[in-house]
Write a protein that binds this ligand. Structure first.
Ligand code: GRF
Length: 194
């Protein structure tokens, strides 16, 4: 069974979606570790409620790598993780790190586009559509290959808050799908190595 590490900074609703999908058997993998760069993140509470190992690590790539190694992690999922991963980590886990972003990349992504900022910009620019994207993490910010995207129509009565809530529902749907796609990919790569 593959081991997943989830990296978080906030409320952890995407982590909760992964936990729920593992519990239901939709994701056949273990969530072996939750790493947060924020020791107050409610996501840590969600992990503890589900007996998942947690660790608070801020600005210490060596310790992140050590924690991942000690837990035999196969796939890293960034779920609302706000720190930028250092190149050493990204290279070490090439094609094994994915991120969920609350916009239709390449729109509204990159430096400064996180959380509510994304939805404010979508509303201000009177976009007709928005949505969410899961992509591989490379050494840029929100620039890796796209794995899955789903869009929704922006209503003329939407505010940044109402849009964020509707986009989050899409995130919780496509992230588990993306995880299964990537685990299949990793399995295929590992098999070809055996
Ligand atoms: C989500 O909107 C996600 O797309 C973005 O940060 C937010 C995290 O929410 N990266 P949560 O902590 O998973 O509830």
């Amino acid at each position: 069974m593959f081991n997943i590490a989830v990296m978080v900074s906030g409320s952890g609703s995407n982590l909760q979606a992964i936990i729920d999908n593992v519990k239901s058997g939709n994701i056949k993998a273990n969530i072996s570790l939750v790493i947060s760069d924020n020791d107050k993140a409610y996501a840590l509470e969600r992990a503890k409620q589900n007996n998942i190992n947690t660790v608070f690590i801020k600005n210490d790539t060596n310790l992140i790598i050590e924690s991942l190694k000690n837990n035999n992690i196969d796939l890293i999922v960034l779920a609302g993780y706000l720190s930028i991963l250092e190149e050493e980590l990204v290279k070490k886990y090439e094609n094994r790190i994915i991120n969920i972003h609350p916009s239709l990349i390449p729109k509204y992504c990159g430096k400064g586009y996180y959380g509510l900022n994304v939805h404010k910009a979508v509303i201000e620019n009177k976009e007709k559509f928005s949505g969410a994207t899961v992509h591989y993490v490379d050494c840029g910010i929100d620039t890796g290959d796209i794995i899955i995207q789903e869009k929704l129509e922006v209503n003329n009565y939407d505010t940044a808050d109402t849009l964020q809530k509707r986009v989050l529902e899409i995130e919780h749907k496509i992230l588990p799908i993306a995880i299964n796609l990537v685990l299949k990919e990793i399995g295929g790569r590992d098999e070809s190595h055996n």
